[in-house]
Design a protein around this ligand. Structure first.
Ligand code: G
Ligand code: G
Ligand code: MN
Ligand code: NA
Length: 256
């Protein structure tokens, strides 16, 4: 398809304007200041215009392009982080990682290579992985995460609560934080307080020794509840939509 061939061109660096990273702030719940930004990728297709990652990531995965596309995305995100650090902002960038990337034999060395090449402190890079990655080979994936954490990277479980979540296993996983899916944030205003388990999820995440992040925070009511329940990090339209790189930089400069 045209999308596939445009992705190939982007990967071969023949077209630098096809894959764009937008950035959405991660907000510390205690101080309500920015502690990082999540990279959310967009495809600007010459043929179809803007395409959602829900679409082109799937196409890349089906056509064997995900390892190379994932590498390109990580390189761009690390480049942006380098800019932030050079401007004196010690905040991290989080990158979404497809399960297909994690199961590649060279995944850990690929990540290490990009970070070493940029010569930045690995603790300023966060990798977001979904729980489904553990279905393929739990022990192998967990060992890779252990190595990455030992290098200093921050690892988080994305979309928690929607897939194969297991609180039993959370403690064994070599991760730092859990991103609670938007589904549980919407419930804050939809359910009676007595039916609402979002606060319980936060407490269970804390009991596993991990930090709790809320995604898709849209309203003050949701924000108030999450702060009251001890959530550590907040992300969503209430604070900011994902922004193009230059707007994200402007946001960071204004906040700091
Ligand atoms: O930004 P948006 O809400 O449209 O993202 C839709 C989905 O695409 C989310 O599940 C998000 O995690 C995923 N996504 C966005 N950017 C990337 C990326 O760079 N890599 C991967 N693997 N997934 C991404
Ligand atoms: O799967 P992941 O959590 O990486 O994807 C995040 C998705 O949620 C992205 O598509 C992003 O654009 C979207 N998003 C971010 N903040 C909000 C929000 O406050 N409300 C809604 N509805 N979507 C959001
Ligand atoms: Mn994410
Ligand atoms: Na998510």
């Amino acid at each position: 398809t045209a999308i596939e061939s445009e992705l190939k061109m982007a990967i071969e660096s023949k077209m630098d304007n096809i894959i764009l990273l937008t950035y959405q702030p991660l907000i510390d719940a205690k101080t309500e200041t920015i502690i990082g930004l999540e990279a959310l990728t967009r495809m600007n297709s010459q043929k179809y215009g803007m395409i959602s990652p829900l679409e082109f990531i799937q196409i890349a995965e089906k056509n064997g392009l995900m390892p190379d596309l994932g590498r390109l995305i990580l390189e761009k995100a690390v480049d942006f982080e380098k800019k932030l650090l050079e401007e004196g902002y010690g905040i991290r960038v989080a990158v979404n990682i497809s399960p297909i990337q994690v199961i590649q034999d060279d995944f850990v060395s690929m990540v290490r290579g990009i970070i070493e090449y940029a010569s930045i402190d690995p603790s300023f890079i966060e990798l977001e992985i979904t729980e489904s990655v553990f279905l393929s080979s739990y022990d192998l994936v967990n060992r890779k995460l252990k190595v990455l954490r030992e290098m200093g990277l921050h690892i988080s479980i994305d979309d928690f609560g929607t897939g194969y979540s297991s609180f039993a296993r959370l403690k064994e996983l070599h991760v730092d934080s859990v991103k609670i899916d938007q589904y549980f944030i919407r419930k804050i205003t939809q359910l009676d307080p007595s039916d609402l388990i979002t606060g319980d999820i936060i407490r269970m995440v804390h009991k596993s020794g991990l930090s709790a992040v809320a995604e898709g925070v849209e309203t003050k009511e949701e924000r108030d509840y999450l702060i009251r329940e001890g959530c550590d990090v907040l992300q969503g339209y209430y604070y900011s939509k994902p922004m193009q790189e230059k707007d994200a930089l402007r946001y960071v400069r204004k906040q700091s």
